[in-house]
Design a protein around this ligand. Structure first.
Ligand SMILES: Nc1nc2c(ncn2[C@@H]2O[C@H](COP(=O)(O)OP(=O)(O)OP(=O)(O)O)[C@@H](O)[C@H]2O)c(=O)[nH]1
Ligand SMILES: [Mg+2]
Length: 335
């Protein structure tokens, strides 16, 4: 298989995965006592103010859906007493089909009251994809004790994230935990696209792909190496493009990426050839240098991210020069 054919094959496969994710819907359901800060927290996280923020307790009286567009739906549920009192099939079904449940506790009030305990038991009986969000930590003077208490009371069954939607403290961590849950359902991209802070998601993806690329370099089978590595790199760029709402065609991306991918493969080829056993024709040992694979993958990610972020037009030469700069930075960082 030529590099071009390989690229085409991998592109189709990865583009299909992205398209499949984007055709889904992700439902995030918020549960919590009135005034816990559900609406404020969501407004902090998402790049769109849809949920109403009100100072009147009990403003939200039934399950209200807010459509954020592009497959992101947010559900605001009634107060806890209503949840416990109703136990209706309708609410059960709603919890069951939610992708993420955010269970809010108010650090400025009584944390994990009997009512909250009962409500959590009810919700968790339907769905375990639940995150406990302890909000308003700016208004509490003993957050660690509160967090420890919640963890102990819930048998460490769910992540507990302490945040302040007022100051923004730890909102990053909450987003990270939400993305990890969404990833399990292959809905990470849907959520990521709607986030206020897309750059930090992009950076995490780049670092993850780079680390995996380093792992690929350790595989002893050279051809599977190049497929796996190209898939990683192409998948990363397609995800980044989608994150920043940029369209990429196969030939367009091929022109920009082939030279970069060949950099990884080319640099190691010289080394690998020396390892061919005469008469057997097999390459022995890590055909792709792990360090090179990791830095090249990171540099590819950062180059495309820079172009997408600054909304520059895609151009092979620009990508090439950004790539070279980032690769130098990566290699300097490693020394
Ligand atoms: N100190 C502090 N106040 C907050 C924080 N988050 C929200 N609030 C305030 O708490 C009040 C309720 O916030 P909302 O976001 O409307 O709470 P909610 O849970 O959506 O309330 P309902 O929809 O009425 O159930 C508002 O006055 C917010 O300004 C926070 O992190 N710290
Ligand atoms: Mg609200």
């Amino acid at each position: 298989m030529s590099m071009k054919e390989l690229f085409g094959k991998v592109f189709d496969q990865e583009a299909k995965k992205v398209a499949k994710q984007l055709a889904e819907t992700i439902t995030i359901t918020m549960v919590g006592d009135v005034n816990a800060g559900k609406s404020s927290t969501i407004n902090r996280i998402l790049n769109q103010d849809v949920a109403e923020v009100g100072a009147n307790p009990g403003k939200t009286v039934q399950i209200s859906e807010y459509d954020y567009g592009d497959g992101v739906v947010l559900a605001d549920t009634p107060g806890l007493n209503d949840i416990i009192a109703s136990h209706s099939d309708e609410t059960r079904a709603y919890y069951r089909r939610s992708d993420i449940i955010l269970f809010f506790l108010n650090a400025a009030g009584t944390v994990y009251s009997e009512t909250e305990k009962q409500a959590l038991a009810f919700v968790a009986s339907e769905n375990k994809k639940l995150i406990i969000v302890l909000n308003k930590i700016d208004a509490s003077d003993d957050v660690p004790t509160q967090v420890a208490y919640i963890r102990e009371q819930t048998n460490h069954a769910y992540p507990v994230v302490a945040v302040s939607s007022r100051t923004g403290e730890n909102i990053d961590e909450l987003v990270h935990v939400m993305l990890a849950l969404a990833k399990d359902n292959e809905k990470e991209l849907l959520l990521a696209k709607k986030l206020r802070d897309r750059a930090s998601v992009a950076n995490r993806w780049i670092l993850t792909a780079s680390a995996s690329a380093g792992g690929v370099g350790a595989s002893p089978i050279p051809f599977s190496d190049s497929i796996a590595l190209s898939a990683l790199q192409i998948s990363l760029v397609l995800k980044l493009a989608s994150l920043y709402d940029r369209r990429l065609t196969k030939s367009n991306l091929q022109d920009m990426m082939l030279p970069l991918i060949t950099t990884t493969l080319g640099r190691t080829l010289a080394g690998s050839l020396a390892k061919v056993i005469p008469g057997v024709g097999t390459v022995v040992g890590g055909a792709i240098n792990a360090g090179v694979a990791a830095s090249v993958t990171a540099a590819i990610g950062y180059a495309f991210k820079a172009v997408f972020e600054k909304d520059m037009s895609l151009d092979a030469q620009l990508i090439q020069s950004l790539f070279k700069d980032f690769l130098k930075k990566e290699q300097r960082r490693k020394k």
